[in-house]
Write a protein that binds this ligand. Structure first.
Ligand code: PHE
Ligand code: FE
Length: 291
């Protein structure tokens, strides 16, 4: 995800498009071990929870070797499958830089990895979130097209000052999306699959609302960046998600300027309700209470 800050110059050592070398040789054994710990936790948990496209992508990329993967190696397979590649960046990048990369089928991934005492929670996306969380889905042709379209739409929305509605779409799909399957709900959002606790919470906890995806509804719903989501939106298929975004968003942005936000914890008329959440977790104070 991108930083909200106005355009700033890339940090020293980064290229004008904010990319840096991954410098894979420089990772320490302790850093590789953090990846392996997180990787093993998630791959045990995710069968039956993550959607097939994610699990298939994970296999295709062969991230099973232990340690932080080398982007050059991942890219051979990723580019062959969908024309995407992963590029290293120092951390969050400005919106227009982020969109420009997506529009060109490049996914900017944090180069650094979290510290051993931050396994469960960190503020800025690191290489585990970005690569383990996001890249498997980019091997799926439909999702690959969606992400590129999002980058193109982001550039247009930025020009029109409409980014906040579009950012919600990213959040509730790319980061925290759920998918309906004949076997039950499955995760495709990167923010969920890269988090042990949220991989359980998002599917099993009675607290959050789980609602059918509707483009304008999602664009009217604020989100949380500091804790588990209070609402998740369920798409019927990746194709349906892509199809919903093929239309020109300009008329939607126009309508939304007059439409009030929908509170994060309520159900709205027209919602397809998978779970009417108790909101018990949020009401009890969330992460702060359980810390
Ligand atoms: N169709 C959108 C527009 O007109 C672009 C877009 C596609 C946005 C996919 C998000 C996801 O701006
Ligand atoms: Fe992310």
């Amino acid at each position: 995800m991108s930083a909200d800050s106005p355009t700033s110059a890339p940090p020293p050592g980064a290229r004008p498009d904010w990319t840096i070398d991954q410098n894979w040789q420089a990772y320490s054994q302790a850093e590789h071990d953090v990846w392996t710990t997180l990787y093993e936790r998630q791959t045990k948990l995710l069968p039956g929870r993550a959607c097939d496209a994610f699990l298939k992508g994970l296999d295709a990329l062969d991230l099973h070797r232990g340690g932080i993967p080398e982007f050059a190696r991942i890219n051979e397979e990723l580019t062959r499958l969908t024309g995407w590649s992963v590029v290293a960046v120092p951390g969050l990048v400005p919106d227009e830089v982020f969109f420009e990369h997506l529009a060109n089928r490049r996914f900017p991934a944090g180069q650094f990895i979290r510290k051993p005492d931050e396994l469960d929670y960190l503020q800025e996306p690191d290489v585990f979130h970005d690569v383990f969380g996001h890249v498997p889905m980019l091997t799926d042709p439909t999702f690959a097209d969606y992400m590129q379209a999002y980058g193109q739409g982001g550039m247009r929305a930025l020009g029109r000052g409409q980014l906040h509605n579009l950012a919600r779409l990213y959040w509730y799909t790319v980061e925290f999306g759920l998918l309906e399957t004949s076997e039950g709900l499955r995760i495709y959002g990167a923010g969920i699959v890269s988090s042990r606790a949220e991989s359980i919470f998002a599917l099993d906890d009675p607290s959050p609302n789980r609602l059918g995806f509707d483009l304008e509804r999602v664009m009217r719903t604020p989100y949380r960046i500091d804790d588990f989501q209070q609402a998740y939106f369920v798409i019927p298929s990746l194709k349906a998600l892509l199809n919903a975004t093929l239309q020109d968003f300009e008329p939607i942005y126009q309508r939304l300027t007059d439409a009030p936000d929908i509170a994060i914890d309520v159900m709205a008329p027209g919602d397809r309700v998978f779970t009417c959440g108790t909101q018990a977790y949020a009401l009890a104070g969330g992460r702060l209470a359980s810390a």
